[in-house]
Design a protein around this ligand. Structure first.
Ligand code: NAP
Length: 471
């Protein structure tokens, strides 16, 4: 059992003022393997005081100076990639070999923000005005457990690039990669107070973080319910709020698409990371004429995926991130059955041979209507709803019939046709004909999936103010 009894505030590891600890469990074994200390409100105040004190000097550094720190931090993270993958795999169950790719490859994208720092020096003369960019200030960051390093980098890297300072609180399910990140920060000698890390429960610390008078901006990734509350609380002091929330993403497969390829892509897209991907394409929309064939392909693909020990090289799908998340997913599966959907594969039983751990079978429902709870609410588990449609207009209407608008997918006979359909779907992203995930593309949602964009060149826009000087 590892004990982490310090917070990282003002460039130092300090004992918390708060008492008590949060236990970190391995969801594959249900055993505790680490303990982190809990910050309290005094610790929150200390962290913001440090971030505020650091802001004047850090915000006046040149882009070249900030780029230099980002490159050094990137190198320090590269050295720690194995430790990061292990920490994530052990705390939330992503298979280790897959975690090295989908959880940790984002480290390479960190360095890109060194170049983006120079965007802050872009100035524009507009008639008699000089328009300049200035960092938004002190940021409060709250991240979830499903891609915990990716979400950290998506916030911290643009904040550093633009000259902001920050206080970060990771999910108490997965705090360890953040502690490793802070070790890297300490190693490279980032000016004290620029990056501050506190650990503890969101339910206890959340309000203080998002309403703190020293916080100029709040960036949150997590559930829509928590995001809604954060936006309401932050409204009191008109803070800038960036929200990356949930999704219920549709995947339209057209009549003339290569069905085997499209369905295989769709099933693996959801099952990877055990369905705990905010952009997962969980509503598979299939032409009625090809529905039977599609369900058979989906069944075969889902049943071919190895579910098991995250440390085993052959495992495709590990456990859910926690026993609590397993319970949530099982309740949704039961709800689907109660509402009349039929199982193609999977269901409520444990996967064979896995008598403990937060495991759920890869589950596919057929005969799903888009109004059913399982088609409207985010399950955040390895569950796909296969929904038949009769024509493309109906498919697009079903795709858009959601309170969410985070991501979507289309597989059509040609890329051009795929792009045409993608333009009709009200989501922040769309995967056309199996397109790859891209760290340089902006990510964010329409509707109740949030506001603002992270990653890529657009990812720094949330972090600066625009000033016009009339000359
Ligand atoms: P969550 O309950 O909203 O928790 C997310 C973060 O918020 C955690 O750090 C949590 O801390 C903290 N938190 C909890 N209560 C809070 C409060 N009252 N005030 C402030 N912070 C609070 O979400 P989750 O269930 O962990 O994460 C899964 C959700 O995130 C899914 O809905 C998923 O779609 C969404 N997500 C979205 C994106 C995206 O980019 N759009 C990416 C990933 C995940 P504790 O862990 O300590 O409670």
């Amino acid at each position: 059992m590892k004990h982490y009894d310090k917070l990282f505030i003002n460039g130092e590891w300090v004992a918390p003022h708060g008492s008590g600890t949060t236990t970190v469990y391995n969801p594959a074994t249900e055993e505790a393997f680490a303990e982190v200390c809990n910050a309290d409100l005094d610790d929150v105040n200390s962290a913001f005081a440090a971030a505020r004190a650091a802001f004047p000097a850090w915000s006046r550094t040149t882009a070249a100076e900030r780029a230099d720190y980002i490159r050094k931090l990137h190198a320090a993270l590269e050295k720690r990639k194995d430790a990061l993958a292990l920490a994530i795999s052990q705390s939330m169950g992503c298979p280790l070999e897959i975690a090295k790719i989908i959880q940790v490859n984002c480290v390479k994208a960190f360095e890109k923000f060194a170049d983006r720092a120079h965007e802050m020096e872009v100035e524009k003369q507009v008639n008699n005005s000089l328009v300049v960019r200035e960092p938004v200030g002190v940021c409060a960051f709250i991240t979830p457990w499903n891609y915990p390093l990716y979400q950290l980098i998506g916030k911290v890297a643009p904040a550093l690039a633009t000259g902001c300072t920050m206080v970060l609180k990771p999910s108490s399910v997965t705090p360890l990669q953040d502690i490793i990140f802070a070790e890297a920060v300490a190693e490279i000698g980032l000016p004290k107070g620029v990056f501050n890390l506190i650990t503890g429960r969101g339910g206890v610390l959340g309000d203080a973080l998002v309403t703190h008078p020293e916080a100029d901006m709040v960036s949150f990734t997590g559930s829509t319910a928590t995001g809604r509350r954060i936006q309401q609380l932050a409204a009191e002091s008109i803070k800038r709020v960036c929200l990356e929330l949930g999704g219920k993403s549709p995947f339209i497969i057209t009549e003339d698409a290569p069905l085997e390829q499209a369905v295989t892509f769709g099933v693996k897209d959801v099952m990877i990371n055990t369905g705990q991907t905010c952009i997962a394409l969980t509503r598979m929309l299939v032409p009625a004429s090809r529905y039977e064939e599609a369900t058979q392909i989906a069944k075969r693909v889902a049943e071919s995926l190895k579910v098991g020990d995250p440390m085993d090289k052959d495992t495709f799908m590990g456990p859910m991130s926690s026993m609590g998340q397993r319970e949530t997913v099982l309740k949704y599966i039961q709800k689907g059955l109660d509402e009349g959907a039929k199982l193609v594969t999977g269901g409520l039983e444990r996967p064979e041979g896995l008598d403990r751990g937060a495991y759920v079978r890869p589950t596919i429902f057929r005969d799903v209507h888009n109004k059913m709870t399982i088609a409207q609410e985010e399950i955040f588990g390895p569950v796909i709803c296969m929904i038949p449609y009769t024509n493309l207009a109906e498919a697009i209407a079903i795709a858009n019939d959601s309170v969410y608008g985070l991501s979507s997918g289309v597989w059509a006979a040609t890329k051009e046709e795929g792009i045409r359909i993608a333009r009709e779907i009200r989501t922040g992203g769309c995967y056309v004909n199996g397109g790859d995930f891209n760290y340089d593309a902006p990510l964010g949602g329409y509707k109740q999936s949030g506001n603002g964009r992270e990653w890529g060149d657009f990812g720094i826009h949330e972090f600066y103010e625009i000033k016009s000087m009339q000359l």
